[in-house]
Design a protein around this ligand. Structure first.
Ligand code: CO
Length: 508
């Protein structure tokens, strides 16, 4: 666009804009410092460090909050209201205004109460899960629902509170679009999984059975990262109990985990985190600390991880390049063919009850179930005491399996113990977006599949950098997708992809 070339970051910017940008960069520096402390806590810190770390993190969080909500922030935003700004500056002001208004609307006491409830609820949830006693957790879940409804009311008393909470994680994607995509997933996937259950196709599911020592898996994970192009000068690989990515365009680190019976799990989660890291590393360096140098929200982030995990890592082409590497580390798989690896990595676990162990297809119904339950809880259409029953009924209806107990049912995930309602949908939305982005990349890149089979990822990196990473938070979510793919964000590409892939795998 013409305005991009003409943009002069500081030249004609009103003084208030420069002052605002300076404040934002400082509070984002505080925020990213917390990120480093958080990474350290999960990866390096000895267990005894917790009391000090909690105080450090909570002090930084309140410094951050004070900077965002300071009168001066509001005054600068007022001054910039209606000012003559370039497109980039207007995007920065839009993002900062949203952050300011949200933080300013909620009383500090309520934020603190939610955080305290979170600590108590986490303990109760751990106990409830260990003992399979939903009643232990129920009062805390109830309290979280009440507090979060109150929280949403402070932000906007006239709107659906679930929509307001969803915006905490996905501020610029409409609930209506999100809900319609999730509904489409449910309507298409329930019958498809049913057909797969009926199918008598035998996939090569036992190709990777046996014991795969952790050290060898770690060496393999490093090679996988090198193959796909992770920049170890700006990153590291470590181990943590839950894999995650943390960092920015200068330093973005990934973690993974190992299970000696499941080498594909580590490969999948390492490549997943690589996709997250690649997004952050592709953000413009000169915009560090401004919204133009920050990633868009959770769905877009998850689209980057799922694109690499599912569309690259789970493809037959990828295994043409990667299987020989795999065999070097694990000679016991010498007889495996590329097709075996592809089938093993893409089998549907039709009896699985656990979200984090789900395959690419059933995964979305685990999400839809959580979405429907939390939405109804927050809207006041469902009572906490009825959650276990509704959970189990939905598993039976959508996935054809019924949990025997709540530990394997509604107590399996940590999210609600943190009071995070509205987070789950972003997982599925990210996978759906990944399919749409990948389909567009396939159209624009000459023989992408062949490139992947040759271990060449340069064109794909360039396409993602150009169409997603370099924009930071400049565009709202749907606009970003439209600019990258020419179409509104929808489930179409994802549904085509799974139809073709699972149709071929299972003969349905
Ligand atoms: Co992720």
């Amino acid at each position: 666009m013409a305005t991009e070339a003409a943009t002069d970051e500081t030249g004609d910017a009103p003084e208030a804009y420069d002052a605002l940008l300076d404040r934002v960069q400082r509070w984002n520096a505080v925020g990213s410092a917390s990120g480093v402390l958080g990474w350290d806590q999960q990866v390096m810190m000895p267990e005894g460090g917790t009391p000090a770390r909690s105080k450090q993190l909570s002090a930084l969080s309140s410094v951050h909050h004070d900077m965002v909500t300071a009168d001066e922030t509001g005054e600068l935003l007022d001054e910039l209201d209606g000012a003559d700004l370039t497109e980039e500056q207007a995007a920065v002001v839009r993002e900062v205004r949203r952050e300011y208004e949200r933080a300013d609307a909620v009383p500090v006491e309520l934020v603190e109460e939610i955080s305290e409830t979170g600590s108590e609820a986490l303990q109760a949830w751990e106990e409830a899960k260990a003992e399979d006693e939903f009643e232990t957790f129920a009062p805390y879940l109830e309290k979280h629902v009440e507090l979060k409804r109150e929280y949403a009311e402070h932000i906007d008393p006239d709107r659906d509170p679930y929509e307001v909470l969803f915006e905490e994680f996905e501020p610029c994607l409409s609930m209506e679009r999100a809900e319609s995509i999730l509904t489409e997933l449910r309507e298409a996937l329930v019958p498809m999984i049913d057909e797969i259950r009926e199918s008598d196709v035998d996939l090569a599911v036992d190709t990777f059975e046996g014991t795969f020592p952790e050290d060898d898996q770690e060496a393999l994970s490093r090679e996988a990262l090198e193959l796909v192009g992770y920049d170890f000068d700006r990153g590291r690989l470590d181990v943590s109990s839950h894999p995650f990515t943390s960092g920015n365009q200068f330093d973005c680190r990934v973690t993974t985990r190992f299970d000696e019976t499941d080498p594909l799990g580590a490969v999948g989660s390492t490549i997943h985190e690589f996709g997250h890291a690649q997004y952050n590393l592709g953000l413009p360096q000169e915009q560090f600390g401004t919204p133009l140098g920050e990633s868009r929200d959770l769905s877009v982030h998850e689209s980057q991880s799922r694109l690499w995990e599912n569309h690259v890592g789970r493809s037959e082409a990828f295994w043409e390049e990667f299987l020989p590497v795999f065999k070097e580390h694990f000679p016991q798989t010498e007889a495996a063919t590329v097709r075996d690896a592809y089938e093993a990595f893409n089998q549907v676990y039709e009896d699985n009850l656990i979200r984090v162990e789900a395959d690419e297809l059933t995964y979305h119904l685990h999400i839809v179930i959580r979405f429907e339950i939390e939405r109804d809880l927050i809207r006041g259409d469902l009572d906490v005491e009825d959650v276990p029953e509704v959970w189990n009924d939905k598993y039976e209806e959508y996935l054809g399996v019924r949990p025997d107990d709540d530990a394997e049912g509604c107590l399996q995930d940590i999210h609600w113990s943190h009071g995070n309602f509205g987070y789950f949908p972003t997982y599925s939305l990210g996978s759906v977006m990944a399919a749409q982005l990948f389909a567009a990349a396939e159209e624009e890149i000459d023989d992408l599949d062949g490139q992947i089979a040759d271990g060449e990822f340069g064109d794909l990196h360039e396409w993602l950098g150009e169409n997603v990473h370099r924009h930071g938070s400049r565009y709202e979510t749907n606009e970003l997708v439209v600019r990258a793919t020419g179409e509104d964000f929808s489930a179409d590409a994802f549904l085509d992809y799974v139809d073709e892939k699972y149709g071929e795998l299972y003969g349905i």
